[in-house]
Write a protein of this length. Structure first.
Length: 208
């Protein structure tokens, strides 16, 4: 039984490694050219595999985008949990998390997020696939909720504002369409946009 199980395990490992290479290549092309100009042919060529092999892993280009967001969401959750385990104050933890969420993460995914906000088909597919990430999202919302409650208990955040409202505001601060003018047309550095958003958010929920 061991002999029959080993090849399947090796095959699965190879499949996962190939899938990771496809995602890495897709990320590079998507960041350079944007969603609409990205082709499966170019991704396959970058990995050094046949186009049909890419389709064995991801049936559509949209599935590649969803897979990238799923991967990033899991990484972000891990970062949140690591931050929570530090000895920082609740506000300092929230600020560190915001720096990543609206800093490096948003900057990295701006083109994809903007494409998503402007494409009806992409939005529909994202909604369809969101169920696959539901457990991760729930864990993430739970961690942010507990941090805000911790801040309230420590007198850092306004206890008269429902925590659910604070959580919702935290995740809805940054809209790609809203900040396209600032970042693209206005040439405002993404880090500066994140900094100013943080000032608005924390002033709003700070205890008086």
């Amino acid at each position: 039984m061991t002999q029959t199980a080993t090849p399947r395990t090796l095959k699965e490992k190879q499949r996962q490694e190939r899938e990771a290479l496809i995602l890495q290549a897709a990320e590079e092309v998507l960041m350079e050219k944007g969603y609409h100009e990205t082709s499966i042919d170019e991704i396959a060529s970058l990995v050094g595999i046949a186009k049909g092999t890419v389709y064995l892993h991801f049936a559509r280009k949209e599935d590649l985008v969803i897979a990238l967001f799923e991967r990033d969401l899991e990484k972000f959750l891990q970062l949140v949990e690591t931050t929570i385990a530090t000895g920082l104050t609740a506000r300092a933890k929230m600020e560190a998390i915001m720096d990543v969420l609206y800093g490096s993460f948003f900057s990295k995914r701006f083109q994809l997020l903007y494409s998503l906000s402007n494409s009806v088909d992409l939005r529909r597919i994202f909604v369809e696939k969101k169920g696959c990430m539901r457990e991760t999202w729930e864990r993430l919302f739970a961690r942010i909720t507990s941090l805000l409650e911790e801040g309230k208990a420590a007198g850092e955040f306004d206890t008269t504002i429902p925590t659910s409202v604070m959580v919702s505001a935290f995740f809805s601060l940054l809209s790609p369409k809203s900040y396209d003018r600032l970042m693209v047309e206005g040439q405002m550095p993404q880090e500066e946009v994140a900094k100013q958003l943080g000032r608005i958010y924390f002033k709003g929920i700070a205890a008086v």
